[in-house]
Design a protein around this ligand. Structure first.
Ligand code: UTP
Length: 288
């Protein structure tokens, strides 16, 4: 079955970015001139996703407005012949009804946020994208994963190598056999200490999941940090179905972390010729 739906959990509190995220959703933080959530939505649309499902919480109104049309603004830009700006503010989602919102009434964890989308997803495999993970790649990572899903027909998550001291921030996999770009996951553990980590391969914010995951998420069992964790549900899923870690092509920036977010801004700005020209000499100057 084709992957038609993508879930975007955006109900977290974003405490690492306070006070910036006191009144503004973390997912609206901008890299260069676009909110990080827009990069993720563009990636999903480029991968052929037809329905965007946001799991929001309180204080996320700016995010809903961002993906809506602003007729007043569009009219003003059109009258002033600001064609490029007009193009950049027009809604990415041209067909009404292909964007759906549901609420997570309390931020009980990523696993719980995904579970909140169960009735909208229904009985079909679906994608999950976390806007925090911004990935620069030639082929959008979700597109790479959907191609791999067509081959493997199984749940998978994007994985990347992290340094041993970072394992306590991620879901870490115990790798089994490798098959081309993917590695079979034997087990998973959320935020292990480096001594307990089964490898240095960490799950990052791109998943394709079979609907069976809802069975395990629905048990509402709390894990690391007292939160309902996706990793714990996947650990149960892989006892009944194969689950793979997918080694994607691309460079990932952790925008949920201050240093990663700043690096993403520099990297994406240097990709723009007009900004590169101004920034590069100044950055070199700063480093001398
Ligand atoms: P994080 O683990 O980064 O948590 O969530 P957070 O609350 O956003 O940020 P910090 O750690 O307090 O700074 C990863 C993704 O899962 C979503 C977040 O919105 C983010 O996209 N999430 C997390 C939820 O939707 N609900 C939750 O209960 C937790």
């Amino acid at each position: 079955m084709r992957i038609r739906k993508a879930v975007f959990p955006v109900a977290g509190l974003g405490t690492r970015f306070l006070p910036a995220t006191k009144a503004m959703p973390k997912e609206m933080l901008t890299v260069v001139d676009k909110p990080i959530i827009q990069y993720a939505v563009e990636e999903a649309l480029a991968a052929g996703i037809e329905q965007i499902i946001f799991v929001t919480g309180s204080g996320k109104g700016a995010l809903e407005d961002h993906f809506d049309s602003d007729l007043e603004l569009e009219k003003t830009l059109a009258e002033r012949n600001k064609t490029d700006l007009l193009k950049s503010v027009k809604s990415l989602l041209h067909t009404s009804g292909n964007i759906v919102y549901t609420r997570q009434s309390e931020p009980l964890g990523l696993g719980h946020a995904i579970w909140c989308a169960r009735d909208i997803v229904g009985d079909e495999p679906f994608a999950v994208l976390l806007a925090d993970d911004l990935i620069r790649s030639e082929v959008p990572v979700l597109h790479q994963m959907i191609q791999e899903f067509e081959r493997l027909r199984a749940s998978m998550m994007a994985i990347t190598e992290v340094s041993p001291e970072e394992t306590g921030r991620y879901g870490i996999i115990e790798p089994g056999e490798t098959s081309v770009g993917s590695v079979r996951v034997k087990s998973m553990v959320e935020k292990p200490d480096p001594q307990q980590a089964p490898s240095n391969l960490a799950a990052i914010g791109r998943y394709i999941l079979t609907p069976r995951i809802f069975e395990y998420l629905g048990r509402n069992e709390k894990g690391a940090g007292g939160e309902i964790q996706l990793t714990d549900a996947m650990e149960k899923l892989l006892e009944e179905q194969p689950v793979f870690g997918f080694k994607f092509d691309g460079k990932r920036y952790d925008c949920g972390d201050k240093a990663g977010f700043q690096l993403a801004n520099v990297a994406f700005a240097l990709d723009r010729p007009e900004l590169r020209e101004v920034l590069l000499p100044k950055l070199k100057e700063m480093l001398c």
